[in-house]
Write a protein that binds this ligand. Sequence first.
Ligand code: FE2
Ligand code: FE2
Length: 288
Amino acid sequence: MGLDSIQEKLEAIETLPTLPTIAMEVNRMLMDYETPLEELTALLKNDQSIVPRILKLVNSAFFGFRSKVGSISHAIVLLGYNMVRNAIVSLTVIDSLKMKKQFEGFDVVEFWRHAAAVAVTSKHLAERARTEAREDAFTAGLLHDIGKLIQAQYFPSYFDKVWTCVRLERLPYSEAEKKARIIDHCQMGAVLARKWRLPDRLVRVVRRHHTAPLKNGGDELSTTVFLADTIVNMFMPLPASFLRREDKRRIFQSLPPALWETFRDSKHWFRDLEEDIEAACKFFISGE
Ligand SMILES: [Fe+2]
Ligand SMILES: [Fe+2]
């Protein structure tokens, strides 16, 4: 099945998760920097359930600010439009993609644990290396693998094929996808992210998080998420997360120096993130 037919199939799936109108609306408003603050806060007030959760997220150490932000307008003033949008996107995407069903070889809780760990690590990496990607790193890390959920839920025969390959040949997931010659989770995820009109830089991360440093002009955000994913796979490995040694050498030679140095030091700082990762898991998985 080619990418076009995948796109058609995804378009036709009526049960494909949709982003709540509020998230779409917020995305549209925040795209336009002229949107008055009052208009945005008025929209959010229509959905009483989301406001306390946004505030809880922006007040968490793992996402945003350690000080107390008491209202959405205060959050926007302190953190900026972009961070508030990222908080809303993170929350609504997780809500929309919560799957109840378990699939053979696919553990949803493990999936979100990995996503939360990559989110926290991406943010830390971006801050430590002082890159431009700081504001978007958490949300980008959280969403990077959403294509796997789409594969598991809507293309189970693909998913089975890849998983069998992972198990029998001990290949990393993305290598197994290549071998099985299927549309990979990066492309599937990007189709969904575009359908949801997520900002282009997030769509790019979803599409390129396995190849960013290999491509000329690889953007900093995708490279940051790529590195965070690698770090998490080293210290909190999932069954299909091994990276071959020769790939590592090839990839890391091409990194910007600040990111490379921060990456190289990760064994010294990754353990310090445990508490934040745990808190992010609790927040996103069990809503605590
Ligand atoms: Fe991935
Ligand atoms: Fe990943």
